[in-house]
Design a protein around this ligand. Structure first.
Ligand SMILES: [Mg+2]
Length: 236
């Protein structure tokens, strides 16, 4: 573990006061510690030479992309609380400790959905952080694919604001057979017929949202077209 110097702490403090970009208020995520930002784009169409995240998806099951933070877990810098586990992340010579709470019913949720879907994590967090959490919460090795911040795109909406989008057309799975679940509505708005919004989890031990969502998600794993099914729902 690297030890933080006074200079590094001061640099970090300055960093926090000067966000590199501002996103829509529904996703107030300030990109502070990574230079590997997601691509800045101005058009939803893909370049002709684009390499899909999964170039050869051959599974018979549809792909379920699950957000991580505030969807499956809650994480904070707060120490000594009632967290389930802690992780230590060193990035650019700065150490951080995160206390993490698993959302209630998470193990059963993943086990049950793996019967109907291939599972992926699609997070705006950086790999160094997300991988440590996934390794602990994925006790049965059910998560086959992982997409991180560099897989998201930043859509410029005016001179100073960006919106983070999780563009499912980049994954390489037809829209009939892919679903995203996320606590941030904005990230799914390019493919609303492939998106289910879920309530945010901040650590409430009485939260039941994963359990209540499960039957609806499992049912979508069995339909001929997730896109058409949610299109019908969204038109009502
Ligand atoms: Mg989230």
């Amino acid at each position: 573990m690297a030890v933080r110097t006074i200079n590094q702490i001061q640099e970090k403090a300055q960093f926090y006061q000067q966000p590199q970009f501002t996103v829509n208020q529904s996703l107030m995520y300030i990109d502070l510690i990574t230079k590997k930002e997601c691509s800045l784009i101005t058009s939803a169409s893909l370049p002709s030479n684009f390499t899909y995240f999964i170039p050869n998806y051959t599974s018979q099951k549809p792909l379920l992309c699950l957000d991580l933070d505030e969807t499956l877990i809650a994480s904070s810098f707060k120490q000594g609380g009632d967290e389930d586990f802690q992780i230590h992340v060193t990035y650019q010579n700065i150490d951080n400790t995160y206390s993490v709470l698993k959302r209630q019913y998470l193990d059963e949720f993943l086990l049950s959905l793996a019967e109907d879907f291939e599972l992926a994590i699609f997070t705006y967090s950086i790999k160094q952080y997300a991988d440590k959490i996934i390794k602990i919460i994925d006790t049965h090795n059910l998560i086959k694919y992982k997409f991180y911040r560099e897989h998201c795109v930043r859509n410029k909406i005016n001179e100073s604001q960006f919106v983070i989008i999780k563009d499912l057309t980049r994954v390489g799975v037809p829209l009939d057979r892919i679903l995203l679940i996320d606590n941030t509505k904005r990230v799914g708005e390019w493919q609303p017929n492939n998106f289910i919004w879920c309530e945010s989890f901040y650590g409430d031990r009485s939260d039941e949202h994963l359990r209540t969502m499960l039957p609806r998600i499992k049912a979508l794993g069995k339909v001929p077209s997730i896109y058409k099914e949610l299109e019908k729902e969204n038109e009502q």
